[in-house]
Design a protein around this ligand. Structure first.
Ligand SMILES: Cc1cc2nc3c(=O)[nH]c(=O)nc-3n(C[C@H](O)[C@H](O)[C@H](O)COP(=O)(O)OP(=O)(O)OC[C@H]3O[C@@H](n4cnc5c(N)ncnc54)[C@H](O)[C@@H]3O)c2cc1C
Length: 510
């Protein structure tokens, strides 16, 4: 008897899983995960993602077993695995969620689609999150997101008639087989739906009290933020179930002291919306992973790559303590809050004048929650190449003063800085020689000196971006980008020409 192949990708759960539910209704199901050597060898892949994936698959396998199916692991390229499987045990349908991944998965999906067509296999795909494939216009996007998030979740099948691969399944190989480095952040979160549910409920019940006002400082953010991003990136949790659980929690808050938590959860909900809003950009324009969203910015940084600046940034040795402390935290935990990510990219893009693509690849490997749609849109936004966002430049000294007033963050992550007196901690290069001698920390020897003058380099960078932005053809090309990618939320009635476009522009500046 023929059967359906459910191809798990970044949807590693059984709850609210339309492809699985649909397949289980049709008859026997082969639950497949394909470990693709070529995907693991991409420059955005890292050992921490691989370990997190392994943990998540282990949890998924347990959940499927309880329903009567064994998760089948195949190692190889997807079109070849499917062809081999079909030759040995023909199947009629391939069922999966849509994936908005990197350029590599985009090309692979096109090959899979061609193979299905040639082999008379139906490939049915269901939307994942609130991202819309072949979106005709952004005007309908928000309504579509709301409809998806309000729709009932797909029930989990009570039982699955599981099929096995017609060859022995392989054991999970070490990441080194695919060229992944051995090391991963020692304090990274662990994968799997069970872990994800614990994190979700701890956030909704308790930690969300700190969300409002707590998410900008890298000290408070690790507990104030939800920490759900890696679980959303691999689909251990579905976006709809997180949205609905959050709405239910907001609905249950009725006490006089609940106001702050309610506001925090409302702000969290809007970020869940941003999640899909950003991924939609990549879905609608896959090239933004590789090219400036606004082509008028081509050539701005491309030919001025400075390998020494990049090496200092990635080693956490820029000489700006707040930046270097963030790199140290990232290396240890695989996570940083939004504000500090934006600061890192801003420092890379402006005073260090580094192109976003290599910096983005490095950060993709550092972030346990790497999600191409959010990541590349944000990399470009914080580097000023979208052409539609106000230039946001984060000064690392101001960020340190605002978000580490007690100097605990920098001292925690940079042990070499512990003996630097408070007055000099955020700008140690200004320490007079006698202070350096007294505290035993010599700039340029014990700690790095900044590679450029922050103020002058930032001013020069900003001037170059603004000069380009002021050119008529660059200004004119902006409208089409806003039309294609701009948020339509809260658009006011246009009282005078251009008001709506201007309002939309503001909404993109998170
Ligand atoms: C340069 C840069 C790169 C980034 N790369 C990624 C990435 O690869 N993966 C990723 O998930 N997030 C990325 N972000 C967005 C944001 O920093 C993280 O989503 C957030 O820090 C994750 O922690 P959390 O789940 O506790 O967030 P919370 O504040 O609890 O937010 C809940 C969820 O909302 C979504 N979200 C939050 N902030 C944003 C945002 N600004 N844009 C879009 N969605 C958002 C995420 O899915 C997040 O899990 C990036 C931001 C910047 C500036």
């Amino acid at each position: 008897m023929s059967y359906t192949v459910v191809w798990f990708r970044r949807d590693l759960r059984i709850a609210d899983h339309a492809p699985l539910a649909h397949a289980a209704q049709q008859g026997p199901v082969l639950c497949l995960y394909v470990l693709e050597p070529s995907l693991r060898a991409q420059p955005d892949a890292a050992q921490q993602h691989y370990l997190f994936l392994q943990e998540s698959l282990r949890d998924l396998a347990r959940a499927l077993r309880a329903l009567g199916a064994d998760l089948q692991l195949a190692i190889g390229e997807v079109p070849e695995v499917l062809a081999r499987l079909h030759a040995a045990a023909p199947f009629h349908t391939l069922a999966s969620h849509e994936e908005t991944g990197n350029g590599h998965t985009f090309e692979r999906d096109k090959t899979v689609a061609r193979w299905c067509l040639a082999s008379s296999v139906v490939w049915r795909e269901w939307p994942q999150h609130g991202v819309v494939r072949r979106l005709p216009t952004r005007d309908v996007w928000h309504a579509s997101w709301q409809a998806h998030m309000h729709a009932p979740q797909v029930p989990t099948p009570a039982r699955i008639e599981g099929r096995l691969l017609p060859w022995p399944t392989e054991r999970w190989p070490a990441g080194s087989r695919f060229g992944l480095a051995e090391d991963a952040p020692p304090q990274r979160p662990h994968g799997g739906r069970s872990e994800a549910l614990t994190v979700l409920h701890a956030f909704l019940d308790e930690r969300s009290r700190q969300y409002r006002g707590g998410i900008s400082s890298p000290l408070g953010a690790p507990t104030a933020c939800s920490r759900l991003s890696p679980y959303l990136a691999l689909g251990c949790l579905g976006m709809r179930e997180v949205v609905q659980a959050t709405r239910a929690r907001i609905g249950a808050l009725s006490g006089p002291d609940d106001g702050r938590q309610r506001q925090g959860l409302a702000a969290f909900l809007s970020r869940l919306h941003w999640h899909c809003h950003f991924i939609q950009k990549l879905e609608s324009e896959p090239e933004l992973e590789f090219r400036n969203l606004h082509r008028g910015y081509d050539g701005l940084r491309e030919t001025e790559w400075n390998e020494d600046h990049f090496a200092a940034l990635t080693a956490g040795r820029t000489g700006w303590p707040m930046v270097d402390a963030c790199v140290a935290m990232l290396r240890e935990t695989g996570w940083l809050n939004f504000r500090m990510r934006a600061m890192l990219v801003s420092v890379a893009a402006y005073p260090l004048w580094l192109h976003w693509r290599p910096v983005g690849l490095w950060l993709a490997r550092q972030f346990i929650d790497y999600e191409p749609g959010i990541h590349w849109s944000q990399m470009q936004m914080q580097s000023g190449t979208t052409g539609i966002n106000t230039t946001r430049i984060y000064n690392p000294i101001k960020q340190a003063r605002d978000h580490d007033p007690q100097r605990r963050f920098v001292r925690h992550w940079l042990p070499a800085m512990r003996r630097v007196p408070d007055a000099w901690l955020f700008e140690p290069w200004r320490m007079p020689a006698d202070v350096q001698a007294r505290c035993g920390v010599r700039v340029g020897e014990d700690i790095p000196a900044p590679r450029v003058d922050l103020k002058a380099a930032t001013r020069a960078a900003k001037a170059r971006v603004h000069a380009l932005r002021a050119q008529a053809e660059v200004r004119e090309a902006k409208a089409a980008i806003v039309e294609k990618h701009g948020s339509r939320l809260r658009r006011p009635a246009a009282r005078k020409p251009g008001a709506a476009a201007a309002a939309r522009q503001r909404e993109l500046d998170f």
